[in-house]
Design a protein around this ligand. Structure first.
Ligand code: ACO
Ligand code: LMR
Length: 264
């Protein structure tokens, strides 16, 4: 019989060899004809399956709500400075993206990991938060520079409202709300932030949709797919900031001396 030479690459999400490209077996023409949205395309290319409409809508809401948060946050600031240094679109974009990490926008996966572990082990919010404190780890998904107990993050409220209305179960989200109640009793800035809301709600999406086996959920959480949502979303805003600076013909940025404490 035929002997297939071993390949150097294995790929399972898309195929461009036929008459038209396919995403996870779904042809481009179906994607267009059936009115698929960005959430459907993310489902196909990241999760290799079509997800129910409420799931793809949730993904789209995450992308829309995280697209931008003004010029002062780490990512936008880097992008603005880079664009003003005369760099091109891709350089300005990645300069902003490179700030996404454990403190800014990139705590979604760790929030999912730690909250899942704590909930699945049956830890009370007190036990969870205090065990993290003992380990010297800040709870991912908790805390914000400007949001407070009396000035909550609207994005978190909108995501929670959508999930409460549309998800079959929101057990991880409810756990996160209880954890937030405990952390807020310690300090007013320790709100559930948008990373924590997306991380825990995505656990509910994965567990409640009936579309993923337990082992697949564990793999998604372990590999860390969810920071990708923030990266993807914020790219929209960072590209916008690049165009904005170019349009405004902004000169090279130099930080004012007065705003630096020069000391020994
Ligand atoms: N868990 C436990 N305690 C915390 C947390 C947390 N997540 N965040 C702050 N604290 C406490 C700590 O006691 C901290 O004191 P320490 O510096 O001795 O550890 C104290 O609050 C004061 O914290 P600040 O450093 O003033 O908080 P800051 O405003 O600088 O930090 C930040 C904000 C970076 C978001 C922080 O809360 C944090 O690290 N959170 C976890 C990571 C996270 O979820 N990031 C995503 C934020 S949302 C986004 O970027 C879109
Ligand atoms: C964001 O989405 O960029 C923010 O939550 C971070 C911030 O400091 O406002």
């Amino acid at each position: 019989g035929k002997v297939r030479a071993p390949t150097h690459i294995i790929s399972t999400i898309s195929d461009d060899r036929g008459e038209e490209p396919c995403y996870a077996g779904v042809a481009m023409s179906s994607i267009v004809e059936q009115g698929y949205g960005v959430g459907d395309v993310i489902s196909l290319l990241w999760f290799k399956r079509s997800l129910p409409r409420y799931c793809t809508k949730f993904i789209e809401i995450c992308v829309m709500l995280c697209a931008d948060h003004g010029p002062c946050v780490s990512g936008a600031h880097n992008t603005i400075v880079t664009a003003r240094a005369g760099k091109d679109l891709v350089s300005s974009l990645v300069s902003g993206l490179l700030t996404i990490g454990p403190r800014f926008g990139g705590a979604v996966d760790d929030a999912a990991r730690y909250f899942k572990d704590a909930y699945d082990r049956g830890l009370t919010p007190y036990e969870f938060v205090e065990s993290m404190k003992k380990k010297g780890i800040r709870v991912p998904g908790i805390g914000h520079r400007i949001k407070r107990g009396d000035n909550r993050d609207k994005r978190v409220e909108l995501l929670q409202l959508f999930a409460r209305t549309n998800f079959p179960s929101v057990k991880y989200m409810e756990y996160a709300v209880q954890v937030e109640a405990y952390t807020l009793s310690k300090a007013n800035n320790l709100v559930l932030n948008v990373d924590g809301a997306i991380g825990t709600l995505f656990l509910d999406l994965l567990a409640g949709s009936g579309m993923f086996a337990k082992q697949e959920i564990d793999e998604i959480v372990e590999i860390g797919y969810l920071n990708g949502l923030f990266v993807l979303a914020r790219s929209i805003g960072l590209i916008g900031h690049t165009f904005d600076q170019k349009r405004l013909k902004q000169p090279l940025y130099r930080h004012p001396w007065e705003d630096v404490l020069y000391t020994k």
